[in-house]
Structures are given as structure tokens and as C-alpha cells.
Design a binder for this molecule. Structure first.
Ligand code: G3H
Length: 487
């Protein structure tokens, strides 16, 4: 509510995945702490957002688009002044390489400016009038209300802001909880929020999501839930809302993106894109390739080249130049990945690359597993880590059937240089996922492209323009033409 609160309550420690060597072995380093709000304090923050929205009559939801844009521009300028510290915090909190942390920051700034341009276009269109059947109408975009915004740890700045910025710029007010891993990096931006927006427009809360968020949902005061995270959490939260039919949800959720490598593929290209797609930021991207179907006739050549490429990856600290594989922020992740690998081995797969799966505290070296089959966890579970499960197939029906049966529906990649083969796959596949990539990895960008998914992978659509639409309603001011007003 426009105040920076001095904190006297409980705090949670923040440990970096970058470890130090101690007599007891590698240990994550303590790099800070964050406040743990009580339910009461979280509710006060929600009430501030509700008061600022004031049922659509508040200063912010009634402010002109041009003035709201000016606030966001001022905020972005102040955010840019904090670039160095935010980039360093991304690196230390989630172990992202320095180059990728800088890219995350710069991409976010570009996204904000693209959003501003898109909103100016939408606003220009809304000044037009349509006349039909004796009625003249002005179509505008109006806000939805109070938004609860929660971002993910893997893009703690970028993904959070691809919902937060469109939500506020459309006139909504907001309650924002930074991700558990990726909390500190938002701190340098709080002052900018305070200085650039009216009181109560952006309210930041910290704490244990599972103790403070349920009460906020149960209050019925949240109009829009936006979350980039797991479908399980999203479903549980939605159910808590007393009027779930009134709640809008804009969600980016689980994915198990597959690649299909046919015998007509350029294997070298397929390998390059698989390494990028499966292992960028250690496979911790919702858009990552998480299972690879390779035709049995080209499987051995694909695996051999994949092993070579994986073993060339540079393993190290986030600040090291050219580093590819870095420490993992989630403390339980190495044990989970080991369990997936053990389960695959038990069911007949092998780790194909030397050192694959080796781990030490927060480090896990990527593993190529082959042949993966339907009995293994890795066949269906989203590993969200550096493991590449490779499934041999005999007929294209097999990967298509996999997608049909999947509970996920985000993206797929097809690797083939045979245009007829590609064309024959597009129709069956585009009806299973929301993006088909041909001879390239799965990814979100360019950010102006619509970003969504089918089934448990998403609700609503993000992108520069789609997000503005998702966080607003198209409303009309319609006037009947009479003799008095028709001129
Ligand atoms: O985790 C999901 C991100 O939106 C992925 O974005 O494909 O650009 O890495 P990206």
C-alpha cells in the first residue's frame, strides 16, 4: 500500500545453489533472508489492492491509458538503473549463468516497451467508432479487478513481469508474491514500484505460499489468478475461491514437450537443437524438450552425436564465461532426478553418456537415457532438470499417440527435411499442442508470439498483445442514434 514496511517478524533464509566447500562437504551459502508475512499481513496487502481498485472507481482503473503508460515508463527507467544488482541476484539465487541472467533482464525490459507500444495501438483502435443498425459504439478495454500474481523460479523476473506488467498497465491492481527461489532479486525494485504507482496498485507480499495464499483465495476478493507454475497448485487454489465461476485464471503450467526425429532429419541439426532445447538453464524451462522420440534406424547415430555434444558442455559456476550447466536452486531436485534415473535403469534404460547423472549437492551432470519406455517415470513426468530421455519409435503413429494420451499440450518439435513428411504431421500435431516447431527447439520467444498450451499446460494466452487482452475485458459504450445526436 505504498509503504516500505520495516520488518520485525519472522524471516526465511535464502540459500544460494552456489555451494562452498566445508569440512562437512559442499554446502549452499546463506545469501539473505526475506520476511514471512502472517495471514493477517497478507490480507492487509490484499485489502490495499481492493481499496485501490475500489470496484473500478479507483484512481488507477479510471486513469487514462496515456497516464498509466507514463507510470510504467517511469518504473522501467528506474528498473534499468537497478540492472546490475538484479542480474547478480538472479545469478546467485537461482544459479542462472551471468549471460542468461543478463538476457533475462534485458528481455524483460524489451517486453515492457513492446507492451507499451501494443497498448498504444489498442488504445488508438478504441478511439474508433462502429455504427451498426442505428447504434454507434466505442469499443474499449477495461480492467478486471484485483489480480493475484505469482511467478516461477526459473524466470523469476521475466515470467513474473510478463503477467505483472500487462495486469497493471490495463488498470488492474495487484498483489504480488515473488517466487520462493528468486525472491531477493525483486527487492531492489520495490522502491521503484512505490515511487511510480499510486498507493495500493502494486502490493508485494513474502512468505510461505501454502500458509498465506489459501486465505487470500478463500476471501473471494481476488478477481484474477495468474500463476506460472504447477497445474496441481493452480487447481487447488482455484477450488478455494468461493465464486470460482467469477474467477479468471491466466496460467502457464506443466509441459512435457517432445521432439520427433525422423529418418529424414538432419541429425547434426537435431542434436544441436536437442541440446539447446533440453539443457538450456539445466532443462529448467517449461518450454524445454523433455522427451525425444527417435526413429530406431537413426537412433544410434543420434545418440552417439548427442553424447558427444552433451559431454562438451561446460559445467561450472554461473559467473564463468561460456558455462552451460550450473547449480540447481531447488534443494530436492538432485534427489528427484536420481530417482528418475534409477527408475529408468530398473526398467531397462542405460545412461548413455559418460558421467551422466553424476551429482554433488546442487550440481547434476546431464544424463542421456536410452531406450526409454512407457513403464518409466521419465516417460510421462516433467523432470524439469538436465535429463534427456530418448525413446526409439518404429512408426510415426507412436509419438502422435503419445501426444494424444498426454495430459500436457504445450509444444512439439519435428526434425525432418522431407517437406511432405512434415506436412503430414502438422495437422495431427497442431491439434494436440499450441505450437509446432519445425527443425528447431521448443521455446517461448519471440515474445510477441502467442504463448499458451492445451490440456493441463495453460489457461489463457500470454504474449505482448494477448496478455493485454487476457488482463482486460472488451467493453462497449453503445449509443442509439437519434435525430438529435446522429450528426
Ligand atoms: O519456462 C518457461 C519460459 O517461458 C520459457 O521461455 O522458451 O524463452 O526459455 P524460453
Amino acid at each position: 500500500n505504498g509503504e516500505m514496511k520495516t520488518w520485525a517478524g519472522a524471516t526465511n533464509p535464502v540459500y544460494s545453489p552456489v555451494c562452498v566447500v566445508t569440512p562437512d562437504g559442499l554446502q549452499r551459502q546463506l545469501i539473505g533472508s526475506y520476511p514471512v508475512c502472517t495471514e493477517k499481513e497478507a490480507m492487509e496487502a490484499l485489502n490495499a489492492a481492493v481499496a485501490a481498485y475500489d470496484n473500478g472507481r479507483g484512481e488507477w482503473p479510471t486513469m487514462s491509458v496515456a497516464n498509466r503508460i507514463a507510470c510504467v515508463e517511469r518504473f522501467t527507467q528506474k528498473m534499468i538503473e537497478q540492472r546490475d544488482v538484479v542480474v547478480k541476484l538472479i545469478m546467485w539465487e537461482i544459479g542462472k549463468s551471468a549471460a542468461d541472467s543478463a538476457k533475462e533482464f534485458d528481455r524483460t525490459v524489451e517486453y515492457i516497451y513492446a507492451t507499451i507500444d501494443a497498448l498504444k495501438d489498442i488504445d488508438r483502435q478504441s478511439s474508433r467508432f462502429e455504427i451498426e443498425q442505428g447504434i454507434i459504439a466505442q469499443v474499449r478495454r477495461s480492467p478486471l479487478g484485483v489480480v493475484l500474481c505469482m511467478g516461477p523460479f526459473n524466470y523469476p523476473l521475466n515470467e513474473t513481469f510478463t503477467t505483472l506488467i500487462p495486469a497493471i498497465i490495463m488498470g488492474n491492481t495487484l498483489l504480488f508474491k515473488p517466487p520462493k527461489h528468486g525472491t531477493l532479486l525483486h527487492y531492489p525494485l520495490l522502491q521503484a514500484f512505490k515511487e511510480c504507482f499510486p498507493r495500493g496498485v502494486v502490493n508485494t507480499i513474502y512468505g510461505r505460499g501454502n500458509s498465506i495464499i489459501p486465505g487470500l483465495m478463500q476471501s473471494g476478493k481476488i478477481d484474477v489468478l495468474t500463476l506460472i507454475g504447477s497445474s496441481k497448485v493452480a487447481n487447488e487454489l482455484k477450488k478455494l475461491h468461493p465464486k470460482v465461476n467469477r474467477l479468471r485464471a491466466i496460467l502457464g503450467l506443466d509441459a512435457k514437450n517432445a521432439a520427433i526425429v525422423t529418418p529424414k532429419a538432419d541429425i547434426k541439426l537435431a542434436v544441436q537443437e536437442t541440446v539447446l532445447g533440453a539443457l538450456s538453464f539445466n532443462g529448467q524451462r517449461c518450454t524445454a524438450l523433455k522427451i525425444i522420440f527417435v526413429h530406431h534406424s537413426v537412433a544410434s547415430s543420434f545418440i552417439q552425436q548427442l553424447n558427444e555434444a552433451v559431454n562438451k558442455l561446460q559445467f561450472g559456476m554461473p559467473w564463468e564465461k561460456g558455462v552451460n550447466i550450473t547449480p540447481l536452486p531447488e534443494p530436492n531436485k538432485p534427489a528427484y532426478l536420481k530417482d528418475c534415473i534409477d527408475d529408468a535403469i530398473e526398467h531397462g534404460a542405460k545412461v548413455m553418456n559418460e558421467g551422466g547423472g553424476a551429482s554433488a549437492e546442487s550440481f547434476v551432470f546431464p544424463a542421456v537415457l536410452y531406450p526409454v519406455n512407457a513403464k518409466m517415470k521419465l516417460y510421462r513426468e516433467e523432470q524439469f532438470g538436465p535429463i534427456i530421455p530418448v525413446v526409439p519409435y518404429y512408426s510415426l503413429e507412436e509419438p502422435v499417440q503419445y501426444l494424444i494420451e498426454s495430459t500436457h499440450g504445450q509444444q512439439i518439435s519435428i526434425f525432418s527435411n522431407d517437406q511432405e513428411e512434415v506436412a503430414s504431421l502438422i495437422d495431427p500435431l497442431v491439434n494436440q499442442v499450441s505450437r509446432v516447431n519445425i527443425n528447431c527447439q521448443c521455446q517461448r520467444g519471440p515474445d510477441v508470439f502467442p504463448f499458451t498450451g492445451r490440456k493441463d499446460s495453460a489457461e489463457g494466452t500470454l504474449s505482448v498483445v494477448d496478455a493485454l487482452r487476457s488482463f482486460s475485458i472488451r467493453s462497449l459504450v453503445a449509443t442509439k442514434l437519434t435525430d438529435d445526436n446522429k450528426h
